[in-house]
Design a protein around this ligand. Structure first.
Ligand code: F6P
Length: 496
């Protein structure tokens, strides 16, 4: 009933003091060899080099995916059409640093953005708040993403308008949630008695669409650019990460970039057999082939990383949740459903299914060696946290027999253990880059373009005529080319 556990040292890999233990994947040495051969045959090594070299690996949009340039602190030239992008990237770093020194007396920052313009900075602000001894400016950092005014109302009840700064983060600057929320915030500043010039001073934007940000009313000096070669879900390393620098200081932001850069160098230079993102990608590939798995869980045994699975959901599912490959041919496998939340809380939620459900769901257990606070209880609590993490992985792998079928643990449920030495800006950056590179590796192995997201557009288009029909307040809407019979009935229900 237990996995053929392979405790050989070949199951332990490390990069920049992050350890990956794959012993509970149940993959023997021969199979690992085959997996690396498959990876080589699929051109993964060339793909990695192409990605860092700025080749147009985003084939549908005919552009590079060069988020790695945003954390290239060594400023090694990165060429796009023969032009080095690093001076422009470094120019933004200088402006971020200058802004950190400039802001005084700010009580609240409202960061408006959704999806990739929200998850990364929100996760980092939350995670780093738990780093003991971290220097924080202590501003109230509010994240406004949802078009639902519940979030807006909560923020406005807490923020002090006259000492609030607003950052509108949107790559496209056309995302309806973001532009409508930004308008609502500007209206609130006006209602609160802020003058035109005070509003102009407090409004900042981060975007690849500078004309649209200006058109919205953001002063040119307050606009931080990023570029179309940075995917939205890979953008926390750009000025989208401004909240991190503003709250914790530019040095901390640089540490965050440095951790990601270190992981990039590992990904780019390590042989596949020692390459953490590649090994993680291959372990999923193996389980998918073997068990046709439909779901995957990432469980950080660190409360600070509670937002991590949400960030990962967009990264993995928006990148690789696709049915056709780069050539439009159907694929056998692509991204499974990704879910997770902080352990040990997760144990008291869906672990029943992980242990005894009918589906096999591979898991990444993410643990941190050092306790996450300097409370007197920290060491004892942390020991219990880690023992829970290890125990769950062991129970899932080995299972347990019982004469009563209800009490049988089937076992053979694979997992990875990823162990960070500590949680700080450097290792947070490294962790996110590790998963970004794992996602890109999986895309390469499945021959999927991980850098576009055509599937999220159609629903946005359909929302427009529906919104119009709702605004009409009529309850006799008939079906049409844009609105089918079911939706027409629902509109009429809402309008009655
Ligand atoms: O949901 C689709 C999407 O385009 C994501 O890829 C992106 O992260 C999010 O919307 C926000 O887009 P933008 O930064 O352009 O506002």
């Amino acid at each position: 009933m237990s996995l053929p556990v392979n405790t050989s040292p070949q199951n332990k890999h490390s990069a920049i003091d992050i350890v990956l233990d794959t012993a509970y994947q149940g993959i023997n040495e021969g199979t690992w060899k085959e997996l690396f051969t498959t990876a080589r045959q699929s051109g993964l090594e060339q793909f990695i080099q192409d990605m860092f070299a700025g080749k147009h690996i985003n084939n549908s949009e005919d552009r590079p995916a060069l988020h790695s340039a945003l954390r290239n602190l060594t400023k090694t030239p990165v060429l796009i059409n023969g032009v080095d992008v690093m001076p422009a990237v470094a120019g933004v770093w200088h402006r971020i640093e200058a802004l950190c020194d400039k802001w005084v007396g700010v009580t609240d920052v409202i960061h408006i953005g959704i999806g990739g313009s929200d998850f990364g900075p929100r996760l980092a602000i939350e995670a780093l708040a738990h780093v003991s001894g971290i220097k924080s400016r202590g501003m109230r950092m509010h994240f406004l993403a949802n078009i639902d005014t519940a979030e807006l109302a909560l923020i406005l009840a807490r923020a002090q308008a006259h000492s609030t700064k607003v950052i509108i983060a949107s790559k496209s600057f056309t995302t309806l949630e973001t532009t409508m929320n930004a308008k609502a915030i500007v209206a609130w500043l006006k209602e609160s008695g802020c003058t035109k010039s005070q509003i102009s001073d407090s409004l900042y934007a981060v975007s690849a669409n500078i004309p649209a940000a200006k058109e919205f009313g953001v002063a040119e000096d307050n606009i931080f650019p990023f570029w179309d070669w940075v995917g939205g879900r890979y953008s926390v390393w750009s000025a989208v990460g401004l909240p991190i620098a503003l709250q914790y200081g530019f040095e901390t932001f640089k540490q965050f970039l440095a951790g990601a850069e270190a992981m990039d160098l590992h990904f780019k230079n390590a042989p596949l057999e020692d390459n953490l993102p590649v090994i993680m990608a291959l372990s999923l590939l193996y389980q998918q082939d073997k068990h046709d798995i439909k779901a995957y869980a990432a469980i950080p045994y660190a409360d600070a990383l509670d937002w991590f699975p949400k960030w990962l959901q967009q990264l993995d599912m928006e990148s690789n949740g696709k049915s056709v490959d780069r050539n439009g041919k159907p694929v056998k496998h692509s991204s499974p459903v990704v879910f997770g939340s902080a352990g040990s809380n997760a144990q008291h939620s869906y672990f029943q299914l992980l242990h005894q459900g009918t589906e096999i769901i591979p898991i990444d257990f993410i643990a941190v060696r050092e306790p996450m606070s300097d409370r007197p209880e920290a060491v004892a609590h942390h020991r219990i946290l880690l023992s829970n993490c290890l125990a769950q992985a062991q129970a899932l792998a080995n299972g347990k027999d019982d004469s009563n079928p209800n009490n049988v643990y089937p076992g053979k449920r694979p997992s990875n253990l990823l162990l960070l030495p500590k949680l700080n800006a450097f290792y947070l950056g490294a962790l996110l880059a590790l998963y970004e590179n794992r996602t890109a590796s999986l895309g390469a192995l499945w021959n999927i373009n991980s850098f576009d997201q055509p599937g999220v557009e159609y629903g946005k288009v359909l929302a427009k005529p529906i919104e119009k029909a709702l605004a009409s307040h009529q309850n006799d809407i008939a079906s049409s080319t844009d609105i089918d019979a079911v939706t027409a009935t629902r509109i009429n229900l809402l309008n009655s």
